[in-house]
Design a protein around this ligand. Sequence first.
Ligand code: GDP
Length: 416
Amino acid sequence: MRVSGPRAGEALVALAGRPPPPRRARHVRLKDPDSGEDIDDGLALWFPAPNSATGEDVAEFQVHGSRAVLAALIAALGRMGLRLAEPGEFTRRAFLNGKLDLTQAEAIADLVAAETEGQRRQALRQLDGALGALYRGWSTRLLRLLAHLEAAIDFPDEDLPPRLEQEVAGETRALAGEIAAHLADNRRGERLRDGIAVAIVGPPNAGKSSLLNRLAQREAAITSSIAGTTRDVIEVAIDLGGYPVVLADTAGLRAGADEIEQEGLRRALARAEAAELRLFVFDAGRPGDASGAQAWPGPNTLLVANKIDLASGARLPPGAAAVSALTGDGVAALVAALTARIAAEYRVATPLLTRARHREALEAAREALRRSLSAPLAELRAEDLRLAWRSLGRITGHVDVEDLLDVIFADFCIGK
Ligand code: GDP
């Protein structure tokens, strides 16, 4: 149990007596301060401000976490006028006290929600501040540009470096380019957070639903030997070699179906189009069907020849994975190939954009930078730079005009 705020020390003394030395655990007997009755036997820790998770005084009690123990502690603390924290309140206070930027606060939420290794790694990297550092780096450069431009506007007669405005324009262009490159990441970071879409496509009865079940290792989709039974898109979230994958089974791709099936077909095509990866499943006994995969050329469409238990000698197109969804043969190799393909796309060293909120702010910043480049007046260019800077600041939660003043006065020795 963690207690944060100016009265945390008081609470610690009331429940556990003399506080332990900062950041050292002490074995304590927790007592109800009113009745003197023992509540539990446990450990107490003391983190005086500002060296704590929230930046405030923090006391921690490690107790036997039963309902009765917690209820007794909460009641005792409540009688002292303390209250339960709101969801996210500790992180919020940490942000307000400058312990974290907003991207790190979001990373805590992601870390708590992470279900796969890939998500955990990404959240931890963001918590380490890699993403925030990238955005703050841009923000600082932008601020410097802004300061230089403002100086050129405010002190046109001073001894400012010649070509200052050209340099500002060059650097603005460079920044806009870097932000655009970061935005053009195919939404990999967001996908890693939400799940990488893999669509299972192919002709009816090829065994798509059966393969989905194999991959999901549970009966998620209904298989049947009557063609065209998967009329809608069925989704299953799975952990594939540490990556979050949303597998979508789509209706069989075939012509001449009834109206409902047509709708299923339309959705299947849309889904296959939008997916990051496609498994094109066909019956190994009908290798000619593999040509249907040509609708999605490229390395992100994997050919899967299913039912090899029935067609072991079949001549398969090059690169096709031979599997049997029925017996499980070849499925491990398919999973390995799929994981390798995903890892090739998603195991990156640079921090990825992880949220739509960041994307919107970055797009606004990039637009403002572009506008600034074509604005006719220095005052308008400066205004656009200011807007871009504000957009970047919104991502990490650092927007402060004092920053601007500091740079203006630090960078130039105007002295008048
Ligand atoms: P879908 O229309 O592509 O989703 O195909 P289904 O998964 O519904 O499978 C169609 C039929 O083929 C069902 O009767 C399955 O049991 C059968 N089937 C699927 N995979 C295999 C396989 O690997 N071997 C054999 N022998 N039959 C399979």
